[in-house]
Design a protein around this ligand. Sequence first.
Ligand code: SF4
Ligand code: SF4
Length: 218
Amino acid sequence: MTKYVLVADLRRCVGCQTCTAACKNSNATAPGIQWRKVLDVETGTYPDVRRSFLPVGCMHCDDPPCMTVCPSTATKKRDDGIVIIDYDLCIGCAYCAVACPYQARFKVKDRLSAYGEAAGEMSHEAARFDQALIGVAQKCTFCADRIDEGLALGLVPGKDWQATPACVNSCISSALQFGDLDDKDSAVSRLLAENQSSRMHEELGTGPNIYYIWDDAP
Ligand code: SF4
Ligand code: SF4
């Protein structure tokens, strides 16, 4: 089997948000919508504080509440673990956005551009706007289209950049890694075997598939 996961090494992330920008460029998401977001978190008590950056987005959960509540069966989980939305089936009720504990889902009502109507659309907005995403639920797809196109060419997601999510390709510090957790030789499997990691809100039983590597040492 194949099980795609994302690993974020919090020791390496510098919070530059290049991943966010790469995602926006690659998917032409609307103003204010970030499928890949980076949270800025401060922990500890002054003066013993620490600042960390936490890339977040759809966790492609093993047991996704967004799928359970979907009344139109638009949300599906692929055999490789990627949670997708069939935009033709989605009725835009947004139950899934309410059910998602990670606030990973969005709904856009109108075609908008980053700098407004007067300035016109940016080139990536014009090139990659998809009418199918208007009025329905949308979220990170792990760049499923890139993965599928890459696989058809015999490429390996997480290893060959053409088959790897845009956020991972863009990360300036290699904090993001993507790949098949069922492949013991993949970078994600090796990283998780060699480091301590955690997942967000594991207590909810959703089985999130973004793993965070961290180091508690000061
Ligand atoms: S993170 Fe939210 S949108 Fe993504 S699979 Fe889990 S419940 Fe669904
Ligand atoms: S591009 Fe890499 S270093 Fe920059 S915010 Fe994203 S994960 Fe962190």
